[in-house]
Design a protein around this ligand. Structure first.
Ligand code: ZN
Length: 98
């Protein structure tokens, strides 16, 4: 069941109403009894809860990409160079030493 946001045109009272889509929209303000307007999501732009979620998500994934590119710690001043880090730590020379 969707929740609808209403805003009173007279006293400015805002409230949510829990009702099925098939039921009639409210027309009266519970406070003053005057006309209310239903706020449809993304319509008037008055109620815009939860904005920024997508932005944050996009930014974080973008940040990861950037971190990957900058990860090779080389003394070079060329951040654009696609340097592949060789597998260090698995060298056979060290394995011989006990
Ligand atoms: Zn009202």
């Amino acid at each position: 069941m969707p929740t609808y946001d209403y805003c009173c045109l007279t006293c400015g009272h805002q409230f949510e109403n829990f009702q099925p889509m098939t039921s009639k929209p409210l027309k009266k303000c519970p406070k003053c009894g005057k006309k209310v307007e239903r706020l449809i999501g993304g319509g008037a732009g008055i109620v815009f809860k939860g904005s920024g979620f997508y932005q944050t998500d996009y930014r974080s994934s973008n940040y990861k990409e950037g971190a990957k590119k900058e990860s090779p710690p080389k003394g070079d001043s060329k951040p654009d160079t696609p340097v592949k880090k060789p597998d260090s730590g698995t060298s056979p020379k060290k394995e011989n030493k006990k």
